[in-house]
Every structure is written in structure tokens, then in C-alpha cells.
Write a protein that binds this ligand. Structure first.
Ligand SMILES: [Zn+2]
Length: 208
């Protein structure tokens, strides 16, 4: 796949690859969705998300940001968010069920520990885990009805290392779904030219 895509003879006609943040990241000056520009170099470091010039929209163009760095930064923020789900959000949002998943997984961990420590019997452990599994199925049903939240259903919420492996196994389309489930607005504000990647330019609004 990569060999075909980097063949110079084909490069011009290669259709756009799905990008992690194309269209999701928006220009902080004019509000347009940013699109990927630049060649896919072996290092992947030269591509940028850019506000495209548009002759009929003179306010457009001029703003861009390094794509690899922005992808890495937003991925880090998303995984951090899933490692520490915010408490206090409304039950109607995806956050309510997510907190439930954390509580249930904590409960199962406690049951395992109690059984290991012989605080509870094998039967008590089994019935406790069965009850927790039933609660997880209930949360699953609510996640399906919460808009977009299905993308998060197998996410190992609260476990940073497991989250990284889960994220890496997702394709870009699913990663984009996770991002738009958690983030309502991703704005890139102007920066000084020639500066290295500046996280201060990235303004993230999380879904409450
Ligand atoms: Zn713009």
C-alpha cells in the first residue's frame, strides 16, 4: 500500500487518505475545516493541516499547523480524557454511561481482589461478577442510544496503557468517531511563523 502511495508517478492522482483531524480541526480565524497538505514523507513530519485559500472567500487561507504534531497532541488529550472521565456531567450525555463503566470495572476489580484475599467465597465472587456484567450490558444499551457514543463502547476507560493499545488498534475512521464523540470543537488559532509546535494554539472544547 505504502509503496503504491509513494510512487511519484501516482502521487498526483492518489485520492486523499483519511486523516485523523481533517475537517474536524477548524481554522481559528475563519472557521473553515482544515485539510491536509504537503507530501507524505517517510517521516510523516512535513504534512500540515491548512486553511485552504478560496478566491471567492478572501478571509480564507494562511493558517496551518504541523499535522503529525497536532495528531499526536489531540490523541494524547483524548486518551487523557478517557483515563480520567470527568465527574459531574449530565446523565443524558455519553459521560454518564462512561462513569458507570468505570464504576463497574472498579467493582469487578474489587471482587477479584476480595476473592483473592479470601474475603468472599467463590460463589459470592461469581454472583457479584454476574451482576456487574448485567450492569455493563445495561450501560451498553444506553451507550447505543447516546449519539455517537458507540465508538467508545469497548474502550478500557480509566486504564491508560490499555487505552493506548485500544486506540492503536482502531482504524482512522473509528478514531475520528471517538474524537467527535468527546470533542465538540477543535480550533487552531494563528501562531507565529517558523515556531515549533505550540500546543497553546490548539483550543479544545470537550462535550460536557
Ligand atoms: Zn481560515
Amino acid at each position: 500500500m505504502r509503496a503504491i502511495l509513494t510512487d511519484p508517478a501516482r502521487r498526483r492522482s492518489t485520492p486523499a487518505l483519511p486523516t485523523l483531524l481533517g475537517g474536524i480541526a477548524r481554522c481559528g480565524k475563519c472557521g473553515a475545516g482544515l485539510t491536509i497538505t504537503g507530501k507524505l514523507s517517510p517521516a510523516g513530519e512535513t504534512r500540515r493541516y491548512a486553511c485552504q485559500k478560496n478566491p471567492s472567500r478572501p478571509e480564507r487561507g494562511g493558517l496551518s499547523i504541523n499535522a503529525a504534531h497536532l495528531d499526536a497532541y489531540v490523541t494524547e488529550r483524548v486518551l487523557h480524557r478517557l483515563t480520567h472521565p470527568r465527574v459531574g456531567a449530565g446523565n443524558a450525555s455519553a459521560s454518564g454511561p462512561l462513569r458507570q463503566v468505570v464504576k463497574i470495572n472498579t467493582r469487578i476489580g474489587q471482587l477479584d481482589q476480595d476473592y483473592q484475599d479470601r474475603v468472599i467465597t467463590r460463589g459470592e465472587h461469581r454472583s457479584g461478577v454476574e451482576a456487574a456484567a448485567a450492569a455493563l450490558r445495561d450501560v451498553e444499551r444506553r451507550l447505543v442510544t447516546a449519539k455517537g457514543a458507540i465508538a467508545l463502547y469497548a474502550a478500557p476507560i480509566g486504564n491508560r496503557h490499555a487505552l493506548q493499545a485500544w486506540w492503536d488498534a482502531l482504524d482512522v475512521t473509528d478514531q475520528r468517531a471517538v474524537i467527535t464523540t468527546l470533542i465538540t470543537r477543535l480550533r487552531i488559532v494563528p501562531g507565529r511563523p517558523g515556531r515549533s509546535f505550540d500546543p497553546g494554539r490548539v483550543r479544545i472544547t470537550y462535550r460536557p
